[in-house]
Design a protein around this ligand. Sequence first.
Ligand SMILES: O=P(O)(O)OC[C@H]1O[C@H](O)[C@H](O)[C@@H](O)[C@@H]1O
Length: 498
Amino acid sequence: MRKIKFGTDGWRGIIADDFTFDNLRIVSQAVADYVNGQGAGHKGIVVGYDNRFLSDRFADTVADVMIQNGIKVYLAGSPLPTPVTAFAVKVHEAAGAVMLTASHNPPEYNGFKFIPDYAGPALPHITGAIEENIARLQGGAMQGRWTDQEQAVELADVFNTRDAVGKATRQGEPSVAERIIIDPRPEYFEHLEQLVDMEAIRRANLEVMVDAMHGSGVGYLDVMLKKVTSAVKQCRCYRDPLFGGGMPEPTGKTLQDVCKWIQEDEGRLGLALDGDADRFGIIDSSGVYVTPNQFLPLLYHHLITVKGIVGPVTRTVATTHMLDRIAQQHGQQVYETAVGFKYIGQNLLEKGCVLGGEESGGLSIKGHIPEKDGILAGLLAAELVAVHGKRLLAIAEDVAKEYGGQLYSERLDVHTTSGRKQMVLEKLQQFNPAELTGIPVTQRITLDGVKLVLDSGEWVLVRPSGTEPLFRIYVESHRPERIKELSREVAVQIGLDE
Ligand SMILES: O=P(O)(O)OC[C@H]1O[C@H](O)[C@H](O)[C@@H](O)[C@@H]1O
């Protein structure tokens, strides 16, 4: 048995290799033990799933295990975006949710996210406790803590769950806990309508293309926009568990159809979602991809100056410092975190931040759940275009002028072998130069990997990805030609240059 671990955002695995029904029962049992251990079992658990191969069947299995453990289940009646599953936790005042999704990973993957009662991604102390339960179920005997017989009994309980519940349901006998089929969409729509100026979008009658990338965002962003504008075009808005042969990750490269439509038909905006609709992708009316690092400052500026929502901001170490400049000008604080929306969500809840965002395409705002939401992000992008009456990158130029000039940022993903990874990690620990390309280093931040801030305000960050077998090098500078220079220098110094 391979060790089951939660990464940056939940447990992910290849279907039928490590993501099997048996392993899923073990992980579900571990969550049930955690929830019951907290004395929260009576509140019930929401179970949601995306559009992937077998996701609905996996959800059914999770539901069976919960019910067998006396935990009521609010089971989604159809595929849900991750933020909607999280929102349903609030609606039902549940103990948490399980979301079956591998987000933007390739089609052969599936995954398991646990969302606690605060409706955001689980923090490490929670996933740590669940992992301990998993280890107990998976390997107690191997570590000599259990007898083989004790472990066999416990695992048999886990694996027999399905039959026990199946029989009870078939014979119409009441089970200890109920299974309630839910549709959180109406309440979720109502909630978003409070956060977004839908009236402004209606007045602008924007021509928008929505690309759901075959994910579980189908029927959300497109439907909400259709309520207020007659000019919504749909792209990849139907289920395909193979994602048309690609990966459901919205980037400049994967959104070419939207770019083409905008250029040929003079569309005003392209809005895309990843496989479970928690990430966003935006194309502006010139057919150019707007990076999250470009969009987040626009949104922060808009929240403060147009919507009057003033307060601190939170971003990951890998996200643009343009947010810092805006915060500074408005006398607000910036909370920097390690990569992972769980940390951003925590600051949204505990520090009163009005915006939390990250470079990889996640954001949420004050008044919403502390979970990244691509549907909300898309609607806010439409609001921005409608209210400012300009294309997004033109607004970005205005905003940059107001806050000290443009910043350019880039991320480089470098694949490694497992042997080389160790060597790079060791070099990274020692990576503490006094200068980079002749410019003094003024700050070394080690929240996640190593980030060096230079005297010029430029910065570089190197960290191992928590979701893919690679290192990420991030660079930000006020001069685009410096990006290559800086990333090359860093790659050479830590042995990632081959
Ligand atoms: O850079 P990685 O560790 O691969 O993480 C990339 C992203 O993974 C998941 O999607 C998390 O929810 C994000 O918060 C994170 O930014």
